[in-house]
Design a protein around this ligand. Structure first.
Ligand SMILES: Nc1ncnc2c1ncn2[C@@H]1O[C@H](COP(=O)(O)OP(=O)(O)O)[C@@H](O)[C@H]1O
Ligand SMILES: [Mg+2]
Length: 252
């Protein structure tokens, strides 16, 4: 049975969509049958990461409103084999769709995939609750600033109230010159840190190419961090290069 992972934060702009896109791209490239879904029902923007033109597109909204079959709304990303279920930007569909239907839609397709990554909205609202309910586990996405950490603690509390496991945390836009540092973050959050994705201008630059950074700039700092995060999630470890090993032994 496929595992549904919600990529969540209560705060907006921390990188949920970016992490969901890059993580799912890499899982698919590693050979896992992976679907990424835009679960942000009123602010869908995952499709942009993959250059999917939403004009006349079939979307999750069409599926949830019984206007299309789910398999007719799933797009194949040719290079990675990733499957993408985009959300609609049509005002009429957005107003009609009911977030509660998400679990039902996911139940119908979860057996078809190894992993289903669910991008989620900001804020505590019905949409977020429906995403958490529909998922098997949550990955918390946070940045290192105090405001974001506060919201992440709220997310942890919310998930515990809902009886949902938070598998770990991804710290995004990390910059060792600002905010709380990794060791402090680990102590504060008390959860496994699945990945630390450095702040990297290549991430935004990649969006101009309508591609996740791991596809268009695979050697960029953030891309290497995403690779490490996915391997950590899967319980694997990348082989350290000689230079990295020397750096670790002599400078850390
Ligand atoms: N590691 C990173 N380094 C630099 N910019 C990033 C990084 N991750 C995300 N961003 C940028 O931050 C902005 C918000 O990211 P997004 O994924 O849309 O956040 P959310 O889905 O949480 O609202 C985007 O402009 C994105 O390109
Ligand atoms: Mg988003």
């Amino acid at each position: 049975m496929g595992k549904v992972i919600a990529f969540s934060s209560i705060k907006g702009g921390v990188g949920k969509t970016t992490c969901a896109a890059n993580f799912s791209y890499l899982l698919s490239s590693l050979g896992y049958n992976t679907l990424v879904i835009d679960g942000n029902l009123s602010g869908a923007n995952l499709a942009m990461q993959f250059g999917i033109d939403l004009k006349n597109a079939n979307t999750l909204h069409h599926v949830m409103l019984n206007r299309k079959k789910v398999l007719d709304a799933i797009y194949l990303h040719p290079k990675s084999g990733l499957k993408i279920l985009p959300g609609s930007i049509d005002y009429e569909l957005i107003m009609k769709v009911k977030a509660k239907g998400l679990s039902n839609t996911l139940e119908k397709i979860r057996d078809l995939f190894d992993y289903i990554i669910l991008d989620t909205p900001a804020g505590i609202n019905e949409n977020l609750l429906a995403c958490i309910e529909a998922s098997d586990e949550v990955l918390g996405i946070t940045t290192q600033d105090v405001a974001s950490i506060g919201e992440t603690l709220k997310l942890l509390e919310l998930c515990s109230q809902l009886g949902k496991e938070v598998r770990g945390i991804i710290i995004n836009k990390y910059n060792k010159r600002f905010g709380l540092l990794l060791d402090q973050l680990k102590k504060f959050l008390g959860k496994e840190i699945i990945g630390v994705i450095n702040e990297d201008p290549k991430v935004s630059e990649a969006t101009e190419y309508l591609s996740p950074v791991v596809e268009i700039f695979p050697r960029a700092r953030a891309s290497r961090d995403f690779n490490d995060a996915v391997l950590c999630y899967l319980g694997m470890k990348r082989k350290e290069s000689l230079v990295e090993r020397m750096f670790r032994l002599f400078y850390k």
